[in-house]
Design a protein around this ligand. Structure first.
Ligand code: 5GP
Ligand code: MN
Length: 342
């Protein structure tokens, strides 16, 4: 755990400030929940906080309290630049390095002399003036809860903050089932329910938001599933043509990789999603046990993340990317064999 200049930050936040809060590109539930949860808290404290996101986020997150106030860098560039210009400090949430907001936004951020404050649970964080980094945490939302607690303000958490933070803890832990979910996580979740988070509603808003075509796309993904039992590995491919056929929209493939990991005996799962617009194959990797997909993604696919959940990309074709992936597996046969004992 790294806690850098926290006391100084606490003093700095005793005076009302203009604050910008930024989440990572292709924001997920934890990025949206943590940024908006922190925004509501800082606004309550008398600051003026504005959330900026690099690009759009999935429909199933559009009900979260405060989403309508978010500026998107790719669409509302002027508002974003204005907010950055008048900001005193910039919070970076749920990512570890500036390139995770995308090149355009990174280039803009680097122009500002403001101090940055990082709150994040990813490995290999870059160095910033203020830091709260803890890779053992299940989610940035749990860290925002801790941050508010360390500020001595846990009693300020009300329904909107609780709802935001509950959402990100829920989505980043796969509904409280991944290894990172601790008894402390459950205690915090219990407290968030006491403070007004409606757990049944939140689950339903996020997970019962399927469209017919999204389920058909899932059907296609599952029929593309391939299993390599000798490496305890399973993977899914999804071509641009298949995405188009089922009216793909952002977020439609969220969580699909977990079906590959749900196969009995599988400890390593991947999904390769073709994105013709960006000219890349987006890769999501998941594992069970000691096999680190963060290391794997960093070594071969220009990515990173956590030990059991990471992502990356390839500029080769879908077919060549899969061939490369398969060719790497023999090097890890032993590691995969012992990664997770049933
Ligand atoms: P997902 O597979 O859901 O896109 O991402 C899983 C985890 O890996 C997330 O925590 C995400 O932040 C991280 N991640 C995904 N793609 C990348 C990437 O290209 N670079 C890095 N450093 N992390 C990534
Ligand atoms: Mn996260």
């Amino acid at each position: 755990m790294i806690l850098k200049n926290f006391e100084a930050l606490k003093v700095y936040l005793e005076t009302p400030r203009n604050i910008v809060i930024i989440g990572h590109k292709n924001p997920d539930g934890d990025a949206v929940g943590s940024t908006l949860g922190l925004k509501h808290y800082l606004d309550f404290k008398g600051h003026t906080a504005q959330v900026l996101m690099p690009n759009e986020f999935p429909d199933f997150l559009h009900w979260i309290p405060g989403v309508e106030t978010v500026y998107r860098f790719d669409r509302q560039n002027n508002q974003c630049v204005k907010a950055l210009k008048r900001s005193d400090i910039i919070f970076l949430l749920d990512f570890n390095a500036l390139h995770r907001v995308g090149d355009d936004m990174k280039n803009t951020l680097e122009k500002y002399e403001n101090d940055f404050a990082l709150i994040d649970h990813h490995q290999q964080p870059d160095d910033f003036e203020y830091m709260y980094s803890d890779t053992s945490m299940c989610s940035t939302c749990q860290m925002v809860y801790n941050f508010i607690d360390m500020m001595g303000d846990v009693e300020m958490i009300e329904k909107n903050i609780a709802t935001c933070l509950y959402t990100g803890i829920m989505t980043d832990t796969g509904s409280f089932r991944f290894r990172s979910t601790t008894s402390t996580t459950h205690r915090i979740i219990a407290d968030l329910i006491d403070k007004g988070a409606q757990n049944d509603r939140i689950h339903s808003n996020v997970y019962d938001a399927n469209t017919f075509s999204r389920l058909q796309l899932l059907g296609q993904s599952l029929s593309n599933l391939q299993v390599l039992p000798e490496y305890k590995t399973a993977f899914i491919t999804l071509s641009q043509e298949e995405k188009n056929r089922f009216n793909y929209e952002k977020g439609d493939t969220e969580g699909v990789v977990n079906y590959a990991l749900s196969l009995k005996g599988i400890v390593f799962a991947a999904i390769f999603i073709e994105d013709k617009e960006q000219g890349i194959i987006k890769i999501s990797l998941r594992s069970k046990g000691s096999f680190s997909v963060n290391k794997f993604a960093r070594s071969y696919f220009n990515g990173g993340g956590h030990d059991n959940a990471a992502g990356g990309r390839s500029t080769e074709s879908l077919e060549d990317t899969v061939t490369k992936f398969k060719s790497l597996l023999p090097n890890y046969q032993e590691e995969l064999k012992v990664s997770y004992e049933e």
